[in-house]
Design a protein around this ligand. Structure first.
Ligand SMILES: [Zn+2]
Length: 182
């Protein structure tokens, strides 16, 4: 028994903490350690003139995570929520979408299937604006070779704590992303 190999982070955005807590309450804690951010940022989108300040605060918050990431943690899952009347459904953000696809396939799929979004390094030389996802998450988190960062955006029909069906979908997804220890 080496302890949980997945670290689940909830509450980076404070409006989304209640959902994260509801989901975490039903997880197998032998597989998941849970890091609850007690005072997250507001996830509401800032005005254009506040963007820089907002991004800086995000980076500062994410830079507080590394001391909580243990050597046994192979996955770091950052749970967020968004709104979609057709939810529950999800977008997954990671540097390794092939691994995500493989895990989902091995688990026999999930309905509806999550959308996979690749996080790519910014290329200052090309000035490429066609990044798969722009991120304020520092590269020492999402590009770290020691663990796999997976950002999960769970879409719910309504803001708040979510319904049982939303929690069940989120837990099924998180279990797929946390392979049982070897
Ligand atoms: Zn969020």
């Amino acid at each position: 028994m080496i302890g949980a190999t997945t670290l689940l982070v909830i509450g980076i955005h404070r409006e989304e903490l209640a959902f994260g807590e509801a989901v975490a309450a039903g997880l197998d804690r032998r597989r998941f350690d849970v890091l609850r951010i007690p005072e997250g940022l507001s996830g509401r989108h800032p005005r254009a003139d506040q963007r820089f300040h907002f991004d800086t605060l995000h980076r500062a918050l994410y830079r507080q995570l590394p001391p909580h990431i243990q050597t046994r943690h192979e996955q770091v899952i950052d749970l967020h929520t968004g709104l979609d009347p057709h939810g529950p459904c999800a977008d997954l953000y990671s540097r390794d979408t092939a691994w995500l696809a493989e895990r989902l396939a091995q688990a026999g799929g999930l309905q509806p299937a999550p959308r996979l979004v690749s996080l790519l390094p910014a290329d200052p030389e090309s000035g490429d604006s066609a990044l798969s996802a722009e991120t304020v998450i520092p590269p020492e988190i999402w590009r770290n070779a020691r663990f796999l960062y997976v950002g999960v955006e769970m879409y719910l029909p309504e803001a708040g704590r979510g319904r049982q069906i939303d929690h069940d979908y989120a837990r099924a997804l998180l279990n797929v992303l946390s392979p049982a220890s070897k």
